[in-house]
Design a protein around this ligand. Structure first.
Ligand SMILES: NC(=O)c1ccc[n+]([C@@H]2O[C@H](COP(=O)([O-])OP(=O)(O)OC[C@H]3O[C@@H](n4cnc5c(N)ncnc54)[C@H](OP(=O)(O)O)[C@@H]3O)[C@@H](O)[C@H]2O)c1
Length: 267
C-alpha cells in the first residue's frame, strides 16, 4: 500500500480540543485535510475550527461528545459519516491519573477504561468496515503510550489501558493486512501538554524530559502516513523501550515505581 496522503481527505481526530489532538489537527489542516474535530469542550473545538478555516481554508466539522459513553460514539459515527468520506481516524482522546491506584474512586477508574479502551475499540469497530469497503488505503492511528509498553506504577490503570491498545492495535494490523487499510499504534513518552502540566510532578516540570507537542504530533502523523504498525517517538524513548525488553518485567516495574514515588513525594 502507498503512503497515506491527507490532502483533500476527511480525517477524524478525537481529543482535538487540547494538546496532541489539537496540534495534529493543525498540522493536518496545513497539509490540506478536512477535519472532523471531536471532544467534550465544544467552545475549544469551535475556536480551532475558526482558526483552521481562516488559515488554511479547511472544511471543519465539530462534534461535542463524551467518548466514555456508547451513545455518543454511535452519534459521532453517524454524524461524521454524513460530513464526508472518512479516510483516516485518529483515536487520540485519553485521560490519566497520577498517584496510588487505590486512592482513586471506582468511578474514576471506570471512566478511564471507558475513555481509553472501550471508546477507542468502539470507534475503531464502527469506522474500520467503511475504510475497508472504500478501498482507498485509509488508516487508523491509536494513540497509546510508552506506559503501555512498560508496567508503570502510580499510573497503573492508565498503563494497563495503553497496554491493551498496544496489543489490540498490533494484532488488528496483522488481521487487516491486504484489506486496503492500515492500523498504527503511536506510543509517545512524556509530551509537554496539559496532561503532564496538570500532574504537578516535579519530573514533568523538567521539560527536557518532555517532547514538544509540535514534534510529537509530526512524529505521530508521519508514522500513520508510512503505515508503521508501532512507533515510539524520540531516540532516547526508543532506547529505553529496547533496553527494557532485556530486563524481567518485575524489575522494570520496580524501577518505574521507585522513580515515580520519588517524583510524587512533596518537595
Ligand atoms: N501528555 C503526555 O505526556 C502523553 C504521553 C503519552 C501518551 N499520551 C496520550 O496522548 C493523548 C492526548 O493526550 P494529551 O497529552 O494531548 O492530553 P490533553 O491535553 O489532556 O488532551 C486530552 C484530550 O482528550 C479529550 N478527552 C478526554 N476525555 C474525553 C472524553 N471522555 N470524551 C471526549 N474527549 C475526551 C480532551 O477533550 P475534552 O476535555 O474537551 O473532552 C482533550 O482534547 C492521550 O491519549 C494520552 O494518553 C500523552
Amino acid at each position: 500500500m502507498q503512503a497515506m496522503n491527507f490532502k483533500d481527505r476527511w480525517v477524524l481526530v478525537t481529543g482535538a480540543s487540547s494538546g496532541l489532538g489539537e496540534e495534529m489537527a493543525r498540522q493536518l489542516a496545513r497539509e490540506g485535510a478536512h477535519l472532523i474535530l471531536v471532544a467534550r469542550r465544544l467552545e475549544r473545538l469551535a475556536a480551532l475550527q475558526a482558526e483552521l478555516e481562516r488559515a488554511h481554508g479547511s472544511h471543519c466539522v465539530t462534534l461535542a461528545a463524551d467518548l466514555s459513553r456508547a451513545e455518543d460514539i454511535e452519534r459521532v459515527y453517524r454524524e461524521a459519516s454524513q460530513a464526508g468520506e472518512v479516510y483516516a481516524v485518529i483515536l487520540n482522546a485519553g485521560i490519566t491519573h497520577f498517584g496510588a491506584h487505590l486512592d482513586l474512586e471506582w468511578q474514576q477508574v471506570n471512566d478511564l477504561i471507558a475513555t481509553n479502551v472501550t471508546g477507542v475499540v468502539h470507534l475503531a469497530h464502527r469506522f474500520l468496515p467503511d475504510l475497508i469497503a472504500r478501498r482507498q488505503g485509509g488508516g487508523v492511528l491509536l494513540v497509546g503510550s510508552m506506559a503501555g509498553l512498560m508496567p508503570t506504577p502510580f499510573q497503573t490503570a492508565y498503563s494497563g489501558s495503553k497496554a491493551f491498545l498496544s496489543h489490540f492495535g498490533q494484532a488488528l494490523a496483522q488481521e487487516l493486512r491486504g484489506r486496503h487499510v492500515s492500523v498504527t499504534v503511536f506510543c509517545p513518552g512524556g509530551i509537554d501538554t496539559a496532561m503532564t502540566r496538570d500532574s504537578k510532578l516535579s519530573y514533568f516540570s523538567n521539560t527536557p524530559f518532555l517532547q514538544s507537542v509540535e514534534a510529537c504530533a509530526a512524529d505521530g502523523l508521519a508514522a500513520l502516513r508510512r503505515r508503521q504498525t508501532l512507533f515510539v517517538p524520540g531516540s532516547l524513548n526508543r532506547l529505553q523501550v529496547f533496553m527494557s525488553r532485556f530486563a524481567p518485567r518485575g524489575l522494570v516495574a520496580r524501577v518505574a515505581h521507585d522513580a515515580y514515588r520519588r517524583a510524587l513525594e512533596p518537595s
